[in-house]
Design a protein around this ligand. Structure first.
Ligand code: URA
Length: 351
């Protein structure tokens, strides 16, 4: 008999969790399969478990379905976090919730990155009850990294216990309010900065935070609730855009951006870049070197460099401080460096 260690995930072993850096969770098994496939550029995607949920591993990413609503995602997260703990990998893991939602004041198809998750009392806490005792856990998220070429709206997310009345919908089996009440409530949500509604993020944020891990949440919207309550048919929503955004974000995070640059980006104003940004420019076709706080783009000069390409490539991405090299050059040489300056270097986190 095979012992199921993690019943709802259908896992019999956790050794695959030892090198995991990202855990993407989404509602359905089909979506989990789609996401895992998008990461599968090296053909290393495997199904690790299948029971209530399905679990895939691909690269250093686990992709797992979590079902619908807070109770379901809480079971899924308990088992994923337990698997990480058992595999002794409890530190540097980012959980990413990828889902669909109802938008508020944003067009259908918008990707919303949650800045704060609210419960139905419109407070940023996950409320639960343990052995008759009311518990309240802060729902804390990172705002994640932003792909500049993709429009991502940042805003608060309301997580509800049901899709219908709790989301001010009049099309469930029951309706205890008028359409005017509905409109007023949605407008109120908009006015306090809520940009989408779904059913899991407040639970997700609180449980991942309680485990001391990083959580980010990106959802695509299927309707603008300021205008309507009918969802756009799934074939008219480009969920692929959300998935490719997630793959790119994970790719960027895998490049080792610090926590601060992940949250606030790697640019600190016009011509100011952080060391995290500098590190990304380490290839011949996009090569930056640094001398003190001056950053130089030297790709164009690579073939002409009298000291050879290798000496510049070795210094790429700020691997070495070139202050001494700069001093070694003649006055004319130093003037040449001036032409290549692209930015000034600043610390990733403020003072
Ligand atoms: N999921 C939700 O919870 N609400 C919506 O309106 C759409 C998707």
């Amino acid at each position: 008999m095979v012992l199921l260690l993690l019943h709802h995930l259908g896992l019999t072993s956790v050794h695959e969790f030892a090198d995991v850096k990202f855990i993407c969770v989404c509602g359905t098994n089909e979506r989990a399969h789609e996401i895992a496939k998008a990461f599968n550029v090296n053909n290393d995607m495997r199904e690790l478990g299948r029971s209530r949920f399905v679990v895939y591993k691909v690269q250093n990413v686990i992709v797992c379905s979590h079902g619908m609503g807070g109770p379901s995602i809480s079971i899924c997260l308990n088992e994923l976090i337990k698997a990480l703990n058992m595999a002794c990998n409890c530190a540097d893991v980012t959980f990413i919730r990828v889902g669909t939602s109802g938008g508020i004041g944003v067009p259908p198809g918008t990707i919303v990155c949650t800045t704060e998750a609210l419960n139905e009392d419109l407070e940023p806490f996950y409320l639960t009850n343990i052995m008759g005792k009311k518990m309240k856990y802060p729902a804390i998220l990172d705002t994640g990294d932003i792909e500049e070429e993709i429009v991502v709206v940042h805003g608060k997310t309301l997580s509800t216990n049901c899709f219908y009345e709790n989301q001010a919908r009049t099309d469930g089996a029951f309706c205890s309010f008028t359409q005017d009440d509905q409109r007023a409530y949605i407008r109120k949500l908009y006015s306090i900065g809520v940009r989408n509604i779904e059913m899991e993020i407040v639970t997700f944020a609180a449980i991942v935070h309680r485990a001391g891990l990083r959580a980010v949440a990106y959802c695509i919207t299927l309707v603008d609730r300021l205008e309507d309550q009918a969802l756009i048919p799934p074939e008219n929503i480009d969920v692929g855009k959300l998935i490719s955004t997630i793959v790119r974000i994970v790719g960027k995070m895998n490049k080792g951006l610090c926590r601060h640059c992940l949250a606030f980006g790697t640019r600190r104003g016009k011509d100011l870049v952080t060391r995290c940004e500098l590190r990304q420019h380490d290839r011949a076709e996009d090569l930056w070197i640094v001398a003190g706080d001056r950053v130089f783009g030297v790709s164009e000069f690579l073939l002409e460099h009298p000291g050879g390409q290798r000496s510049l490539l070795k210094r790429g991405g700020g691997a070495m401080d070139c202050l001494e090299d700069l001093a070694f050059h003649s006055q004319k040489g130093r003037w040449m460096w001036d032409n290549f300056q692209v930015a000034r270097l600043v610390e990733c986190a403020p003072g």
